[in-house]
Design a protein around this ligand. Structure first.
Ligand SMILES: [Zn+2]
Ligand SMILES: [Zn+2]
Length: 401
């Protein structure tokens, strides 16, 4: 087979892998400022969409308009991809960047989706396919085709939301390498110290603000907090995502647990609700890197009281508002940079394998060839995989396997 990455080979973001000029695995853009787009696909008969994050799904409406391919994805991924594509049009408009497609393209792309389930085994345009959970977020999928496996974003540890992914025997393994060379602390330790920190802040009379990604992290944090006894408020796009997760219970580790967490959470619906939320103990709000969303409005009220604390729960990329908060204790509010005096802490709730889990997964798959992508430093992972033929192609480079 002939493989070409259209984006996301030696970088985290804008992933697209074209196989034999017919099959496209994921097709997304990086939501940076300005957004970074992948190379144009020369053709696409079928798109295999692993999950909804825009760096994997954000270009689907465009490729559907151009080539009218089938798009294979789980029901959760399809519904969330529509929500996130619609949201990214709003973000483009707000930030003043040209949008890659129109709202009508999103609507018509949804007609191209063919819904798959993990237990399915099907033939599509000459490929024998099976689908497996990637353990990354609910509905995320690894594609097994012929004697190959495409993992896309991968997590092998159990989280509140999903069970970890299991290796699949294959000859060619296409694996992400986001955390090549970096490890995560044990999840249980992270969860415990996170909950202890929240108790400590509330006991000293402070309020906790938790910036979260809408998909996955919001729901994971709410599930963790469901027995904490604190008054927890939720604001932002995580509300709509939680509804979609609950409409697709097959993809949750515990639908009951998430339903219970949502029942115990107070939801902000209006400006008045925001005032009430500021009187509670904990506010969970988007966006996760604090580059927009309701979280900034809350921070404006809470940032100057030393008793309060902001707990970051996801990786903060270089150049993001959250990165500036971590490094310099400052935040940008609509163009004005202001100091932050409340507590600031980071907790590593990653939805990606750390280095040793990636290596363990490769061993479990027993492949001959390993192709690493979705990583800005593939060397450490490559060095840990001496016994395999490891490929680290660049974007636009064609390799034959
Ligand atoms: Zn992802
Ligand atoms: Zn990704």
């Amino acid at each position: 087979m002939k493989i070409k990455f259209l984006g996301g080979a030696s970088e985290v973001g804008r992933l697209g892998m074209l196989m034999d000029d017919r099959f496209l695995f994921d097709y997304g853009f990086s939501p940076s400022k300005p957004p970074k787009y992948p190379l144009m696909a020369s053709n696409a008969e079928v798109v295999f969409l692993s999950h909804c994050h825009v760096d994997h799904s954000g270009m689907i409406p465009l490729v559907c308009r151009k080539y009218n391919p089938k798009v294979l994805a789980t029901s959760a991924t399809a519904m969330l991809a529509e929500l996130l594509a619609t949201d990214s049009l709003k973000v483009c408009k707000y930030e003043g960047y040209p949008a890659p497609y129109k709202k009508s393209d999103i609507r018509s792309a949804m007609k191209n989706f063919e819904i798959i389930r993990y237990s399915d085994s099907v033939n599509v345009n000459g490929l024998r396919l099976r689908f497996h959970s990637a353990g990354h977020i609910p509905g995320s999928t690894m594609f097994e085709f012929n004697d190959s496996l495409f993992t896309s974003d991968l997590n092998t540890i159990d989280t509140q939301l999903v069970y970890g992914a299991k290796p699949v025997k294959c000859r060619n393994l296409f694996i992400e390498g986001t955390y090549s060379g970096r490890e995560h602390p044990p999840r249980k330790e992270v969860e415990n110290s996170f909950l202890e920190k929240i108790d400590e802040v509330v006991e000293r009379g402070g309020k906790v603000i938790i910036p979260v990604f809408a998909v996955g992290r919001t729901q994971e944090v709410l599930m963790l907090l469901r027995n904490s006894g604190h008054e927890v408020w939720l604001d932002g796009m995580g509300k709509a995502v939680s509804r979609i997760f609950l409409e697709n219970p097959d993809y949750l580790r515990s639908p009951k647990g998430l339903r219970n967490a949502m029942n115990k959470t107070k939801i902000v619906h209006s400006e008045l609700g925001r005032k009430y939320a500021l009187k509670g103990d904990v506010i969970v709000a988007t966006s996760g890197m604090m580059d927009g969303g309701p979280v900034l409005g809350y921070m404006k009220h809470l940032k100057d009281d030393k008793n309060n604390a902001v707990l970051l729960t996801g990786y903060q990329v270089e150049g993001s508002n959250g990165r500036m908060l971590l490094d310099r204790k400052k935040l940008n509010f609509s163009g004005v940079t202001e100091p932050v005096n409340c507590g600031v802490e980071y907790f590593d709730f990653s939805a990606h394998c750390g280095h040793k889990e990636l290596v363990g997964f490769v061993h479990g798959c027993e492949p001959e060839n390993v192709i690493i992508y979705h990583s800005d430093d593939r060397k450490p992972l490559k060095n840990s995989l001496n016994e395999y033929n490891v490929h680290t192609p660049e974007n636009n480079e064609v390799i034959e396997i």
